[in-house]
Design a protein around this ligand. Structure first.
Ligand code: UT7
Length: 332
């Protein structure tokens, strides 16, 4: 642990390359759907699914290693790993497996669960440790394998989700590049989107019954979540911009959780942001939950679209319900 400055910089990104792509046409042989329905209603054309060899930890580690290399650091430089995921390999947490896999021997590691908002919540959490001078260099990973938990016979959900992992390295610096953030929760709408544990009674003795249940496949009230997203996401972005003393026109790139192209377009329109500044890769990846924002960020950085000094507004939203936004300037 080294005491750093009060500011936060975003100095490297990475994402995992999954081998198996599942197209809409392939999916329409599994469940009653079509490429036409999926692409016009959501913008998704394919998604990736983890194969038998890949795990949440292995894909998160791959994304992490790439982000650390891009930041010109070594795993030994990392003080803290925050792994945002709702689909751990181990319910006790997967971050420590990632720490061991990449050899980040000085880092403390823990999981953070906030569904599709997880990466934004992770960035905000990491920033608190950096701003207080507790940690100097933090790796934030967003990784999810929702293919493990969808009901492949439920066409209202299974066509939406894909697997993936992305990461970013944040580091203490003199000038703060985290220009603003806001995070929110509304548990009264929890029932709109769940991957819930269902308990079954398991009698232990004559007097005591314990429970031995299981997690049931993802359920979602798509229309409610859609309505929530198109109202809350522009609102949280506008508030974050206001706190930072900036206007929507100051944003170079808008990276939203890749849930539905129609949601992305509606938010950009509300902010009066031209479509060229709206980042979308959902045609290729679908909705990868906590991974969607860091994967999109990494793709835009690696293809040279995001340049150092540019301003990025990101917003995650989803189960909880949770939502949030972070406004940052890219680079050292
Ligand atoms: O990551 C967390 C955040 N999640 C989200 O933000 C998701 C937000 N919600 C959505 O993106 C949209 O609500 C969906 C993409 C999930 C659904 O789109 P929609 O335009 O709201 O469709 P709908 O649920 O109103 O369904 C319209 C019709 C229904 O048929 P009827 O009742 O009109 O005959 C559905 O049964 O489309 C049918 N349908 C399908 N048809 C073919 C639903 N799913 C499918 C499908 N293929 N996969």
């Amino acid at each position: 642990m080294i005491n750093g400055g009060a500011g936060v910089a975003f100095i490297g990104s990475g994402s995992a390359q999954l081998e198996t792509a599942l197209s809409n046409d392939m999916l329409s042989r599994v469940v009653d759907t079509s490429d036409e329905w999926i692409s016009t209603r959501t913008g998704i054309r394919q998604r990736h699914v983890a194969n038998g060899e890949e795990s949440l930890a292995s894909l998160a580690a791959q994304a992490a290693q790439r982000a650390i290399s891009a930041a010109n650091l070594t795993p030994g430089d990392i003080d803290l790993i925050v792994l945002a995921t709702s689909t751990p390999d181990d319910l006790f947490g997967t971050a420590c497996q990632v720490q061991a896999a990449i050899g980040a021997t000085s880092a403390v590691a823990f999981d953070l669960t906030a569904a599709c908002s997880g990466f934004v919540f992770g960035v905000v959490t990491a920033a608190q440790f950096i701003r207080t001078g507790t940690y100097q260099t933090v790796l934030v990973i967003g990784a999810d394998l929702l293919s493990r938990w969808v009901d492949w016979q439920d066409r209202t959900t299974c066509v939406l989700f894909g697997d993936g992992a992305g990461a970013v390295v944040m580091q203490a610096c003199d000038r703060d590049r985290l220009l603003g953030f806001e995070i929110h929760s509304d548990g009264s709408m929890n029932g709109c989107l769940n991957l819930a544990y269902t308990a079954a009674a398991a009698p232990l003795t004559d007097e005591i019954s314990t429970q031995k249940g299981t997690f049931t496949a993802i359920t979602m009230n798509g229309r409610e979540v859609y309505r929530f997203a198109v109202s809350r996401v522009p609102e949280v972005l506008e508030k974050t911009l206001f706190h930072a003393g900036l206007a929507a026109d100051d944003i170079d790139w808008l990276i939203l959780h890749q849930a539905n192209q129609r949601i992305l377009d509606a938010v950009a329109k509300r902010l009066k942001l031209p479509n060229e500044r709206l980042v979308s890769n959902m045609a290729k990846h679908g909705n990868t939950s906590a991974a969607s924002i860091p994967i999109a960020l990494d793709e835009w950085v690696r293809t040279g679209k995001v340049l150092p000094g540019q301003k990025i507004a990101m917003s995650g939203f989803g189960a909880g319900l949770t939502w949030g936004a972070a406004l940052l300037e890219w680079g050292r």
